[in-house]
Ligand binder design. Structure first.
Ligand SMILES: Cc1cc2nc3c(=O)[nH]c(=O)nc-3n(C[C@H](O)[C@H](O)[C@H](O)COP(=O)(O)OP(=O)(O)OC[C@H]3O[C@@H](n4cnc5c(N)ncnc54)[C@H](O)[C@@H]3O)c2cc1C
Length: 327
């Protein structure tokens, strides 16, 4: 009780025992002992400082669309950094005739950035249509689709760094962010929080941008399974494959020529489409998706992840790596 009182002295909106499944697209997750939807970066900073002072654990959640939350909950403070944005928040700044940048907040929904870029005749974010979550969450995991990712467009990121119990504000250049396939310095270090980012966009024609968006929506809806999920569970595989395995499965060579081996393909070849544990099922439409049928627990999903990793290793001698975050 004392901790809750102390947190509320700092931020009165802190709540207790909140169901985290309501903040995840997977609809899985136990209760957060303490919980806050942070209104802005100032409040986010105060909440983290207070949690450090009180010696309690804390975690940040954006849209919860890439995170498997433990059904046993979290014994600490969960801060949701996700807020709606309005048209006036989107202010393109001209760099030269072709190039613009926009100062995005980390708590913006990603779709706001996609939509407003299009409305302002600015190209660069069309690939992101249909990806749920926040700008902060996307930068953390270097989200991407159709051979593009958010790291490609980043100029600078405003960061909160928590080091030795102190909170610092910093600016990271694109280089500092260390972006690679579904990875970044932020994904490797939970003590780096994305407050805002400068995103580079290019002047284009609204009609062209909207056509691209429509095309991407169609490509996505033909592939993406319906139901509660967190998108692709595993990263596609980039690495060496045993020669014997390639001889046996010539498709692997074709994938390698394109840059990576689809995790979905590997899972499918193991005959795992449609396999269930408890309330969780490996999608029959896209084997790299696990679907919560309504009452899945984090353990059910864990059991499927474990099964997939073992079978893929057995058949292809490949170690699949999770793309999702385990909370
Ligand atoms: C149907 C569906 C389709 C998807 N398709 C794609 C796709 O095509 N491509 C793709 O890349 N992903 C895809 N995803 C996964 C997911 O939507 C993206 O990874 C998204 O960018 C995650 O953002 P989020 O805000 O929901 O992150 P969350 O799940 O809330 O958080 C993910 C991680 O980021 C951290 N985080 C969140 N906000 C911040 C912040 N401000 N600062 C620092 N760390 C932060 C969290 O602590 C956590 O570790 C899909 C998911 C679904 C459900």
């Amino acid at each position: 009780m004392k901790i809750l009182e102390e947190l509320r002295k700092c931020i009165p909106e802190v709540k207790e025992n909140i169901e985290l499944k309501d903040y995840s697209t997977f609809k899985i997750g136990g209760k957060a002992k303490y919980f806050l939807i942070s209104k802005n970066k100032k409040e986010l900073k105060s909440a983290i400082k207070k949690a450090i002072e009180l010696g309690i654990n804390w975690k940040i959640l954006g849209g919860g669309s890439n995170t498997l939350i433990n059904s046993n909950g979290f014994d600490g403070l969960v801060i949701v950094f996700k807020n709606s944005a309005v048209k006036d928040d989107f202010v393109p700044i001209k760099l030269d005739e072709e190039n613009y940048y926009v100062e995005t907040r980390g708590d913006w929904p990603l779709f706001f950035l996609v939509n407003e870029s299009a409305e302002n005749n600015l190209s660069g974010m069309e690939w992101a249509v249909g990806i749920p979550g926040t700008v902060g969450g996307a930068i953390n995991g270097n989200a991407g689709a159709f051979n593009q990712s958010i790291g490609d467009s980043i100029e600078e990121v405003e960061v909160l760094e928590i080091k030795n119990d102190f909170v610092f504000e910093k600016y990271f250049t694109k280089n500092d962010c260390d972006f690679s396939y579904r990875n970044s310095i932020f994904k490797k270090n939970n003590n780096l929080i994305i407050l805002s980012a400068k995103i580079k966009l290019e002047k284009s024609d609204t009609k062209k941008i909207k056509e691209k968006i429509k095309e991407n929506i169609e490509r996505r809806s033909s592939k993406q399974p319906k139901g509660f999920s967190v998108g692709s569970i595993f990263k596609n595989y980039i690495g060496v494959v045993d020669k014997e395995i390639i001889n046996q499965y010539p498709e692997i060579k074709t994938f390698q020529e394109k840059g990576s081996i689809s995790a979905g393909y590997l899972i499918e070849e193991c005959g795992l489409r449609g396999v269930s544990v408890g309330g969780a099922t490996i999608s029959s439409e896209h084997a790299n998706f696990i679907i919560n049928n309504g009452n899945a627990s984090s353990d059910d999903v864990w059991a499927l992840i474990d099964l997939i990793k073992k079978q893929v290793k057995n058949k292809f001698k490949i170690n699949l790596e999770e793309e999702i975050i385990i909370f």
